[in-house]
Each structure stands twice: as structure tokens, then as C-alpha cells.
Write a protein that binds this ligand. Structure first.
Ligand code: AP5
Ligand code: MG
Length: 219
């Protein structure tokens, strides 16, 4: 199986699509945001540093992001392919992934850009609810991503909660950070012939079908 790397603005559906691919193909979904949010539960200065930056919508240092990703990708479940959601987000991280972690060598990798405009992304952020236990993502306002029972996770039955950074202010900062720092990665991967673009429409299952066509085409 190929490795899939999602690069996209906040709320474009990186987590949602990763969940669908994970359910169907049993590939590990590695979300940098989830790894960092888990870290914030520890009692340490680093945890506090990470929490402050996430709440503000700013990126955590490359050193920390690279170290945590290296630890995660060195686990054996990634040997047959994986989904990267939210990493790399800087050129430094992309170079680390290629030259140091080296897991991209094992099979083909595709970079999928999920395209969404800022106004639609903000609407999605304001309706997002998440499962604090299994990390599944839902939306209060969208038919195709609403939970079956209001406020309850379809998968594990846990009560759904809001993310601390899901407010207009943090979203604005995250979107700006994406444009300034992460978007240049699209050209970086396009030059390498690895980039595919999918429009983030309101039907995630149709987006999944488009991703499957991309994967079929490059087997
Ligand atoms: P992260 O958790 O990755 O947040 P983000 O990039 O802002 O992206 P989101 O998780 O908000 O959006 P998403 O694209 O996953 O959308 P989702 O599927 O949830 O990172 C958080 C923070 O961690 C960063 O700000 C930074 O501080 C730090 N960080 C993370 N990675 C880092 C790195 N590499 N280096 C340094 N720092 C890092 O969907 C959003 C909503 O829309 C949901 O409600 C969903 O149900 C709904 N929805 C999604 N798709 C559809 C659809 N097709 N149709 C209808 N509804 C949809
Ligand atoms: Mg996400």
C-alpha cells in the first residue's frame, strides 16, 4: 500500500478522510495534531509549551515535531504504509521525513492537497465536535459528517467535545500560518511529481473515491 500524506488548510478534512481510509484499509492514521494534543496531558514544561502554541494556532518547533514523528514512524505498524495528517508542515519537516526518518523509501508515497476556501473552512470549524477517546471527527451542521445520535460518537459511544483551538481567532492564525509556512510545500512536492489535488466538497465518501482513483493510477 502507498503512504498518503495530507497537506491542507485547517478544516479541509485531513482528519475526516484519514478516518475513512483507516477504517477501509486498516492503515495507521498518524495525526501530528493528535500526537501533540496527547502530549499536552503530561505534567511537563514541554507539555505547557505545546498547549500554549496549539491554543494560539501557532506551529510547534520543528525540533519537537520531528522528534515525535520519528518516534511514531519507527513503530512497526507503519511498515506496510501509513497516513500522515498534518506532517510535514514546514520545509524542514519535509527534509527530515525524507532524509532522516526514511520511511518514505518503503513503497510509493502520494501527497494529497485538499483544497478549501477560508470561509467554508471557518464554517466547518465552528461546527466541529470530536471524540476525545477515539479521535473520530464530526460536524453539527453537515449532513454527511454529523453523528448518528446527537453528541455521541458512532464508533465508541463516548460524549463528543469541542477542541480548545476551535474558535475564530485561533482558526484565523492557523489559516495564515498555513498560507505562509505550509502552502510552499505544495510546490516542493509538485516538483517531485508527488502532488495530487482534491476539492474538499461536502461529501467525504466522494472524496475518498477520488483518492482511491489517484492510488489506483499510480500502482
Ligand atoms: P491539527 O490538529 O492538525 O489542526 P489543523 O491543521 O488546524 O487541521 P484541523 O484538524 O482543524 O482540520 P482537518 O483538516 O483535520 O479537518 P477535519 O477532518 O477535522 O493541528 C493542531 C495544531 O497542532 C496546529 O495548529 C499546531 O499548533 C500543531 N501542529 C500540528 N501539526 C504540526 C506540525 N507538523 N508542526 C508544528 N506544529 C504542528 O474537518 C473539520 C470539520 O469539518 C469537522 O467538523 C468535519 O466533520 C467536517 N468535515 C470535514 N470534511 C468534510 C466534508 N468533506 N464534508 C462535510 N464536512 C466535513
Ligand atoms: Mg485534524
Amino acid at each position: 500500500m502507498q503512504n498518503i500524506i495530507f497537506i491542507a488548510p485547517p478544516a479541509a478534512g485531513k482528519g475526516t478522510l484519514s478516518n475513512l481510509i483507516e477504517e477501509k484499509y486498516h492503515m495507521p492514521h498518524i495525526s501530528m495534531g493528535d500526537i501533540l494534543r496527547n502530549k499536552t496531558k503530561e505534567n511537563s514544561e514541554e507539555a505547557l509549551y505545546i498547549k500554549n502554541l496549539i491554543d494560539k494556532g501557532s506551529l510547534i518547533s520543528d525540533d519537537i515535531a520531528n522528534r515525535l514523528m520519528e518516534e511514531r514512524l519507527n513503530q512497526d505498524d507503519t511498515n506496510d504504509g501509513f497516513i500522515l495528517d498534518g506532517y510535514p508542515r514546514t520545509i524542514d519537516q519535509a527534509i527530515k521525513l525524507e532524509n532522516v526518518i526514511k520511511k518514505l523509501d518503503k513503497g510509493k508515497s502520494v501527497v494529497i492537497f485538499l483544497n478549501i476556501d477560508e470561509e467554508e473552512a471557518l464554517k466547518r470549524i465552528l461546527g466541529r465536535i470530536i471524540c476525545p477517546k477515539c479521535h473520530k471527527v464530526y460536524n453539527k451542521f453537515k449532513t454527511h459528517t454529523a453523528p448518528k445520535v446527537e453528541g455521541i460518537c458512532n464508533i465508541c459511544g463516548t460524549s463528543l467535545t469541542l477542541r480548545a483551538d476551535d474558535n475564530s481567532e485561533s482558526f484565523k492564525k492557523r489559516f495564515e500560518t498555513y498560507i505562509e509556512i505550509t502552502k510552499p510545500l505544495l510546490e516542493y512536492y509538485d516538483t517531485k511529481g508527488m502532488l495530487y489535488t482534491i476539492q474538499s466538497i461536502d461529501t467525504p465518501n466522494e472524496m475518498l473515491m477520488q483518492i482511491e482513483q489517484v492510488l489506483e493510477g499510480i500502482k
